[in-house]
Ligand binder design. Structure first.
Ligand code: ADP
Length: 533
């Protein structure tokens, strides 16, 4: 790789394997580690589970570069700390904890001043700062690591008073680099965190939140980090998709096979048998896979596409963890999946009209798909509450105990009023339509974000009034906003099959078109549209 020549590279790779027993880095980890070792301020924005800890734990165990001293890690919660300490001790990393439960402060100060200093010192914010100053000079500090850095921002949902004092770190220790890490921060918060911590010329690392393109990569990372060697099911919407996904997994050395209704009975039986006996790890299947399966140790069920109904989803996920041991269910969704389902409902395969359900049945199926989409878009209510409510049952959220994403991510959730931004998006789309400009949804989003790309400049879209109106939103929020506007049918994506057999997605804006029709009732217009492929 391009980094192989870096003077710290060899030590980093050695420790990755020896201490952390990992083979390779995930996106941005190596980059962040190198920047830290060069003594720079670093900002890491990575989704939960993305692997933030390694970004500061690995430099902490290295002795080259600016890493000679102790790495002081500040986190908001005692519970987060306990897990980390145990994991580090298991790896034989010398780590000390200093928090409100510490009894023997003298002993800790002795360790910090002495010759055999720990590699990492984990502490809560605010606590024992004064002692820290007495115990340690600049030369014995490698860096400060501010975990869950969004807690310092008053813009955040999880602002913590105790984090305020971290604004003093820079003044007290002007030459000690700072690394800030968080899973949630939009642009406003990133700037706020940077200002409050007084980060200088910091190296900034963020991951693309473009889900669909990296979904296979996400699935592989997820299985390998949380369920290495354990069996599971991946559900896909169509048989082609199953075959493609299974193939992609095999190319990454995972034992995976596809399963769908169009296979011969003997092929199906063979796959089932191999999976039941743990000879293959993953079955990539359509909903045809499920009847009569009673494998106890299914550790994960992943939905690569949106399920068609919530009760179907409930059944499919119910195949995980039958042995009563914990299992994970992950659902990937995109607004386009929803449109694809609606399209399938109304255009039966092979165009055979006999396959078309009655108008009432189609309405019902569409409604079911809509309920699933609503379930996906609801990122605040407990998943169990939502699912059981669908079946008319009640569930007390407190009993979820952070098992579902919405309960465990409450720290990460920020509620924001995006009414004005939504209005700007609509205005932008109307502007495109009135200019008879055809642009893709991605292009529309890029203009709204204020991206400086060749495509935007070539078409002079950087001169539009709404250019950059959404630049303060992070990519994930932008995606949510566009998804939601489509889902609410403020914008609509229409798919039309192009001559290459590809689908093109046209976006229209219903209200605008209706008004246009009114004002020019006699001149029939071809609806101007936004399309993408
Ligand atoms: P975060 O703090 O970003 O939520 P963690 O640091 O806890 O995420 O990492 C999540 C999981 O990913 C952990 O189980 C960790 O061991 C694993 N992990 C992190 N980096 C790698 C890597 N380079 N290769 C494989 N697994 C990794």
């Amino acid at each position: 790789t391009v980094f192989a020549n870096n003077i710290y590279y060899a030590e980093i790779m050695r420790n990755l394997k020896r201490v952390f027993r990992l083979e390779s880095f995930r996106k941005n980890q190596l980059e962040a580690i190198l920047a830290a070792m060069e003594g720079r301020d670093v900002f890491v924005l990575m989704p939960t589970g993305g692997g933030k800890s390694l970004c500061y734990q690995l430099p902490a165990v290295c002795t080259g570069g600016s890493t000679k001293g102790v790495s002081v890690v500040i986190s908001p919660l005692l519970s987060l700390m306990t897990n980390q300490v145990n994991a580090l001790k298991e790896k034989n990393v010398d780590v000390l904890v200093w928090n409100s439960e510490t009894v023997d402060h003298i002993e800790i100060m002795r360790r910090l001043r002495g010759h055999s200093k720990p590699r990492l010192l984990l502490k809560t914010a605010g606590h024992s700062n004064r002692y820290l100053k007495i115990s340690m000079g600049r030369e014995s500090l490698a860096r400060f690591v501010v975990d869950e850095a969004h807690c310092i921002s008053t813009w955040g949902h999880d602002f913590r008073e105790a984090y305020q004092c971290l604004g003093l770190l820079r003044e007290t220790y002007p030459n000690v680099p700072i690394m800030a890490l968080t899973a949630t921060a939009n642009q406003v918060m990133v700037d706020d965190i940077r200002n409050r911590l007084k980060l200088k010329n910091c190296a900034f690392f963020t991951q693309s939140f473009n889900r669909k393109t990296k979904i296979i990569e996400d699935i592989i990372n997820f299985i390998n980090s949380k369920h290495r060697g354990e069996t599971g099911i991946i559900y896909c919407l169509g048989r082609d998709k199953c075959e493609r996904v299974a193939d992609a997994l095999r190319r990454k050395n995972m034992k995976a096979k596809h399963f769908h209704a169009q296979m011969s009975t003997s092929d199906k039986e063979q796959v089932l048998e191999e999976w039941q006996s743990d000879r293959i790890q993953v079955v990539v299947a359509t909903v045809a896979f499920g009847m009569g399966i009673d494998k106890p140790n299914v550790r994960f069920v992943i939905h690569h596409d949106l399920p068609k109904s919530l009760d179907g989803y409930y059944q499919e996920t119910g195949r995980a963890g039958r042995d009563q041991k914990p299992a994970d269910c992950v659902l990937f969704y995109a607004y386009r999946d929803y449109k694809a389902i609606v399209r399938m409902i109304n255009n039966p395969r092979n165009g055979d009209p006999k396959e078309l359900a009655s108008p009432e049945a189609r309405k019902r199926q569409e409604l079911q798909a809509k309920i699933v989409m609503e379930y996906c878009l609801n990122v605040s209510d407990c998943r169990r509450v939502q699912l059981l409510q669908f079946f008319g049952e009640k569930f007390d959220r407190r009993h979820c105990r952070q098992f579902c994403d919405n309960c465990s991510h409450s720290v990460d959730m920020i509620e924001q009023d995006l009414t004005n931004e939504a209005k700007d998006v609509i205005r932008l789309v109307q502007q495109f339509l009135s200019m008879n400009e055809q642009v893709t949804l991605d292009h529309c989003r890029a203009v709204f974000k204020g991206a400086d790309t060749t495509a935007v400049r070539a078409r002079n879209h950087n001169r539009m009034a709404q250019y950059g109106a959404g630049k303060h939103l992070d990519n994930e929020l932008l995606e949510q906003l566009f998804k939601r506007l489509c889902f609410l049918e403020a914008l609509d994506e229409i798919s039309v099959q192009g001559n290459q057999g590809w689908y093109q997605y046209y976006l229209k804006q219903e209200k605008y078109l209706a008004e246009k029709r009114k004002s020019s009732s006699s001149t029939a217009r071809k609806p101007a549209s936004i399309y993408g492929s």
